[in-house]
Design a binder for this molecule. Sequence first.
Ligand code: ZN
Length: 132
Amino acid sequence: METLEVRTQQREQFVEITDNVQRLISDAGVRTGAVIVYVPHTKAGVTINENADPDVVHDMLLTLKRLVPKDAAGYRHSEGNSDSHVKASMMGSSCHVLIDEGLLVLGTWQGIYLCEFDGPRTRQVLVQTIAS
Ligand code: ZN
């Protein structure tokens, strides 16, 4: 298992980590298999989505903010970041990507993102490659 450290700059931000994950696979020399990308945090997640048009990430963050307001009547969690927890679970804690000929098998427009919802912080992304 390898660990990527990702420094986020904003409270809510998607940071693309595709190249970092690919580098770990290349360094490990895995040609065929899969990789698990896992985020051990309760207010950050990981997702795969478009990396060509940055407006897609903008619109995803906008939609998440609208769906899950920072302050909403009824929240009990005393840290005041219930929205961050909910958004992290919506994105999920892990993703899997296949590896073929030493490369991540991603669609033309797909990238892997760390999703920050309570930054800025330094986040860990755990990466486990599984050779087949
Ligand atoms: Zn909390």
